[in-house]
Ligand binder design. Structure first.
Ligand SMILES: NC(=O)c1ccc[n+]([C@@H]2O[C@H](COP(=O)([O-])OP(=O)(O)OC[C@H]3O[C@@H](n4cnc5c(N)ncnc54)[C@H](O)[C@@H]3O)[C@@H](O)[C@H]2O)c1
Length: 329
């Protein structure tokens, strides 16, 4: 059955990759992208699929109740996948307010529209950061879906609030929702303020590579296409209503090792690395146990980090025009 899907935040990193994935996997679906086009939203990414009328695009803020309700009334979507968010932890430390608006209240507006107009599924794209962090000296510990929420930054707190709201709408209004909590993504179309693209671009320009603290913080990295495939599986599984899934690749790496690897791949000296004052409240280690999504939906990551990072670096080398406009070096 063909579905009409609203993808919010589809001009951002993961949302745009998700749109490309869906156009390939389900060419008969109607995709509507809703995005406010903040500094992180880039319509260049979608220009070809918009020009070819493969998707419809609407510039709307998800906090704008009137416009969101009018869109739902007109389009009557089957599925909503909410990627729209302020997503940069450092920005949330400097200016938390907008995170509460978009990430929490904006989610509330979408949920209200879903209740009013009726949908087949609302999917909330969440993050492993809602669980807080794990100690560096306990590699045996992982986040499961039952790990208590224990947020560290305004970003993760706003995302955790959105998760709770989503679950409350399931319980109270029987809204068919699902939630996925993914580890760090990397891949094409990643905004150049985030670790991997920032390091690639700075290294290419022989600029310093700023690393927080001693670079010992550990993140679990997943190639973005694997995340998109997981969401595709969840939204098509009727048994996933009311469920939360952790998504991760068992690919834990220290920040410093990622940066050194990028230097090696680009033939740049490690002397470019510059340790800078640590981020306030910096989470030490994230590590996902993806057992549930594997057991229930058969999902496993397809791209190993060694291969994914090469593909990502190649993409940044071949798509300079995409990122050059976005940076002030
Ligand atoms: N990047 C990661 O590693 C990662 C990991 C796990 C979960 N997530 C989650 O995935 C989602 C997407 O992350 P991303 O890295 O693609 O973020 P991004 O910052 O690249 O993209 C966010 C998009 O949302 C849009 N947006 C922001 N505020 C909006 C608003 N009020 N109304 C409509 N659109 C708005 C932006 O214009 C942008 O296009 C987020 O919800 C994030 O919390 C990200």
């Amino acid at each position: 059955m063909s579905l009409k899907i609203i993808v919010t935040g589809g001009a951002g990193f993961i949302g745009s990759n998700f749109i490309f994935h869906m156009l390939k996997a389900h060419p008969d679906y109607k995709i509507i992208c809703v995005d406010k086009l903040t500094y992180a939203g880039n319509l260049d990414t979608l220009k070809e699929v918009i020009a070819q009328e493969k998707i419809n695009f609407f510039r709307i803020d998800i906090c704008d109740r009137e416009k969101i309700f009018a869109l739902f009334e007109r389009e009557r979507p089957d599925v909503i996948i909410n990627f729209a968010a302020e997503s940069h932890v450092d920005r949330s430390i400097n200016d938390p307010g907008i995170f509460l608006f978009t990430n929490t209240l904006g989610t509330g507006v979408l949920l209200d529209a879903c209740v009013k107009f009726g949908i087949k599924r609302y999917h909330q794209v969440s993050t492993d950061e809602v669980y807080g962090d794990l100690p560096l000296d306990r590699p045996d510990l992982f986040f499961t879906e039952k790990t208590p929420l224990k947020t560290s930054s305004p970003y993760s707190a706003s995302k955790a609030s959105a998760d709770l709201l989503t679950l409350a709408y399931n319980r109270t209004y029987k809204l068919p929702v699902s939630i996925s909590r993914c580890s760090n993504n990397y891949g094409p179309y990643h905004f150049p303020e985030k670790l991997i693209p920032l390091m690639i671009i700075n290294a290419l320009h022989d600029k310093p590579l700023p690393v927080y603290g001693q670079g010992l913080n550990v993140r679990d990295w997943l190639y973005v296409e694997d995340h998109c495939r997981a969401i595709d599986l969840i939204i098509h599984d009727e048994g996933s209503v009311g469920e939360i899934y952790n998504i991760g690749g068992h690919n834990e790496m220290r920040n410093i090792d990622i940066v050194k690897l990028i230097c090696r791949e680009l033939g740049k000296p490690e002397s470019l690395i510059k340790f800078v004052e640590d981020r306030k409240g910096h989470d030490l280690r994230y590590a996902i146990d993806p057992e549930k999504i594997y057991m229930r939906l058969g999902w496993l990551p397809a791209t190993r980090f060694a291969e994914g990072i090469k593909k990502t670096i190649k993409w940044y080398l071949e798509n300079k025009s995409w990122w050059e406009r976005l940076i002030k070096l």
